[in-house]
Design a protein around this ligand. Sequence first.
Ligand code: FES
Length: 373
Amino acid sequence: MADAKWQDLGPAEAFQRSDLTEASLGRQKLAVSCKDGKLGVIAGTCNHVGGPLGKGRLDGEYVVCPWHNWKFHRSTGKGEPGFEEDCVPAYESKVEKGRLLVRTDNPSARNRKPHAPHPLARKIERLPGAIRVAGISTTNMDEANPRYSTSDALLEVALGHAKGALKCDTKLIRLSALKFRSCEGYYSKSASACTWPCSITQMDEKDELTEVYEALVHWADVVLVSTPIRWGVASGLYFKMAERLNCVQNQITIRDNVLIRRKVAAFVITGGQDNVQGVAGQMLCFFSELGFHFPQFPYIAHSRGWSAEDMERNVAHVMQSKELREGAKQLAARAVELSKNLLATAPMVEHTPRGGRKAYRLEIERSATGSNT
Ligand code: FES
């Protein structure tokens, strides 16, 4: 008579054909590994944020999670050296009559070693004080040999006005001065693999985009973003930052966790050539998806147009334009005014109902993953 403690996972030979296979025990996933013909069975759900261990890879005796590369011993379930206490359940297994049997009544215990949360993960609270305005310059620049940047120049006017006449606290962040990695597509692995704080930020303490996350999510009431127009779109650095901000937007999609509340964004867009509308449209779309509010007329812009290949005159025009400087000041004033109104009248709610962008795929993944043991 069959022993109910032992469950048949299938032909052993099928599991011996590859290093690592995801198997199912009811609703539960397992990671079945094979090294030198010997099979090992551990739980298939990672301790970090639930990555599918059976879809990872084998590195020596360790199963490597496909999401953020945490490692667990393929037969004991223990974490890699130094993290042994961080372990996933391991299962006894045997091969009988060519079938892989796994014992289900006594897997070892899962143990999550507490990891200190990243400072960015702290509660979002607006500390008392003047309105805080962060300027983010996205133009690329040789920091050692800077050139005149029209978008930077107008951003600095806006920030100067916020600090002087409007009595705000201000800070300027130049993306060109920060060393930060490009988004590595954790979201493309799974919605849940794109974490807040950003997976890269948590793994790489040298990554300097933390400064932007701190400003956008925690510090600032108003964010002024400046960009040049490059071939009809915002700068490459702008998109490098925007891709890394997917972790902020993704929290809304997968957890209904809106990190950006009662904050205002506005934009400075300049270019020698055209497509102000396209650039503004993209920026408005993206920052609205993050949860920002916009003042009336939320951007100022300047371009010379498609047929004006005279960059020197473009620079001279911006340098001399009182009107653009006045526009930059008024943009800052509108954004600060809206921020004051929001802080005075909009309660800091925990939940913002928003339909239409449910992470259906995530729900499917969750139900397929089953319990977390
Ligand atoms: S390393 Fe496994 S989910 Fe992050």
